[in-house]
Design a protein around this ligand. Sequence first.
Ligand code: MN9
Length: 290
Amino acid sequence: MKSLSGILPALPTPYNEKDEVDFDSLGKLIEFTLDRGVSGFYVTGSTGEAFLLSDEERRAVLKFVAEAVNGRAALIAHVGCMSTKKSCALGAFAAEQGYDYISSVAPMYYAYSFAEIKKYYFDVADAAGVPMLIYNVPALSGVRFSVDNIAEFLADRRFAGVKHTSADYFALRQMKTAFPDKALLNGYDETCLAGLCMGADGAIGSTYNFMPDKFVKIYELFRENRIPEAMEIQKQADVIIAALIKAGVIPAMKAILTEMGFPMGDARAPFAPLEAEKKQELLETVMPML
Ligand code: MN9
């Protein structure tokens, strides 16, 4: 079992002109980031437009990435769907493809009780048979876990840890103190170093696709206790991330990667394509800083 630490890009899903998945571009991006020291990949998550892909596309991407990575890095399959049945089937599929971990956002939309959400996670973990990383992203899912809620998962061997996409670093610290052997992965790239300082073992994020070297360096400097130097790099990265957030994170990330030579196509509707003016402003700010 590969450990969960270091920098892990949340892979995007590239599309060609026919709006089909562009596996060639995805394969090149995997090699580019592996060459720069990333330690794993989070596949078909928010960044990978999970909820905008067909079931067949999600499976095809999971299969392709497992084959392309071929044991060189830790692999986490995000398998969250709207129903337990679908998530279980996708989790079992990911395990068959050799994924080390599965992950899921909390079941959303119907404002389920915690008991329902808890049963969902245990059912999906059991169906897959590989450890589950809880994807905690309250800003997008609307589901707010307390530290006590998270403890109900982490106390069980079927749960590997949490991808904590929240700026609640006190909660992160409490989880790590209570469960030092579980993996806690920071989710917001703009506060990666803050997460590491408060107990994260590593970080999963979308901007690690186009600036892996900066964040691998931040991680290494942190490990060497060279925090002020790490902060200098985080500050530079945050100018880039601010421009990204202004333009819209996923469409902007795809525009940057396309400019770098990894054709991505636009994010799928309802995402709107980046307007020409916005795109130019974004690329003028970001490209010289990469
Ligand atoms: O995978 C990403 N979170 C979401 C994690 O998409 C919700 C982050 O990498 C953000 O895209 C990034 C920019 O805000 O921190």
